[in-house]
Design a protein around this ligand. Sequence first.
Ligand SMILES: Cc1cc2nc3c(=O)[nH]c(=O)nc-3n(C[C@H](O)[C@H](O)[C@H](O)COP(=O)(O)OP(=O)(O)OC[C@H]3O[C@@H](n4cnc5c(N)ncnc54)[C@H](O)[C@@H]3O)c2cc1C
Length: 387
Amino acid sequence: MVNTEVDVVIVGAGIVGAALAVRLAKSGLRLAVVEPVPPAAPADTWDSRVYAISPGSARLLSEAGVWQQIDPHRLGPVHAMDVRGDHGARLVLDAYEAGVAELAWIVESGRIQHALWQSLQQQDNLYLLTGVSGVTLAWTGERSRLELSDGSVVSAGLVVAADGRPSWVRQQARLEARREDYHQSGVVANFACEHSHRQIARQWFRADGILAWLPLPDDVVSMVWSTDPVHAAELAGLSPDQLAARVADAGGRVLGDMHLVTPPAVFPLSILRVPSLVAPGLALIGDAAHGVHPLSGQGVNLGLRDVAALASILLARGDAGCGELALLRRYERARRGDILAMQGVTDGLHRLFRTRNPLVAALRNAGMDVLQRIEPLKSVLIRQALS
Ligand SMILES: Cc1cc2nc3c(=O)[nH]c(=O)nc-3n(C[C@H](O)[C@H](O)[C@H](O)COP(=O)(O)OP(=O)(O)OC[C@H]3O[C@@H](n4cnc5c(N)ncnc54)[C@H](O)[C@@H]3O)c2cc1C
């Protein structure tokens, strides 16, 4: 049990909250991090939660000394993205053509979390409060008072909500959050493949949803199939061999036979819009601040860009207090455009490919073909993927 005063308390140490803590750790700011469930040490088996980490996010983790701690044999570089429409359209983004080494890295969530956690444990100006969660949180004047389930009390100039979509902190601050259910679920599972995936990420916009195969090392792919909940439940209920055959067939058997190596898990999908990302003494980051459809694999990347923006504003604050609203508004302004754009694109694509109208179906496939042929438009897409 501790009773302490800090400059910044970060509530939630998922990838985003932990990355902010590591980024701020050498700044001289006094920090506290609250996390009820610290990550387990990674196992040899493949994690069911896998992320496409953009080169920009990898750079941020690298500058914080974390990326280097992830076993390189568990990093899957993406050399190309091959996206297929439901009426024969095709869009290919290629790292070589774009003049970059890779478009993204496919990495297990647990590996990133563990590397971040190890770094957090080595910081000395940081209180790591684990196995506890918030009980009460109130702001008085320029400070907040956070009481934890073990009786600890943390007083801070700035509270950072990094506690995921339901965000207890956001609720205590009574900040509005609008969640719109997509009436879809994401089925995730990993498969070993007969043929090499050649470091190509593949995505199919299908009548029954969006299927993605992300290339992990050892010719394993991580699948995300966003589909209606009944279909998702049916897929999750298949035997391992039946599911592998169904997934291989859905992808036209381009990687030959598949073999299930991580059992399926199912996540409900929704979009979360949060109109205000800040209040006096409070900033929201990561999924506490926004939720997007996983079709672009950008949730963690958006969150890590929040981290970069908030850290640089806090580090350049001069005489201002960490919780001053004028300072925090700069963070909000810096992030608003990126978040709205990502929500607009993923929501728009989801709706565009959900409609059964044959005219819309023809138009969306024609649109992909146009993108494929116009190099400047492809460059815009690639620049977005790399950030
Ligand atoms: C099916 C699916 C596939 C996805 N694929 C991708 C992908 O390929 N690429 C990508 O970038 N994103 C992807 N995402 C999105 C990604 O999972 C999220 O954007 C990401 O996990 C958000 O990280 P976070 O740290 O903000 O929140 P979280 O990961 O939710 O972490 C929140 C942390 O806060 C802690 N916490 C919770 N409550 C409290 C409390 N009261 N007090 C203190 N701590 C608390 C939790 O224990 C947790 O550690 C996918 C999502 C889904 C559903």
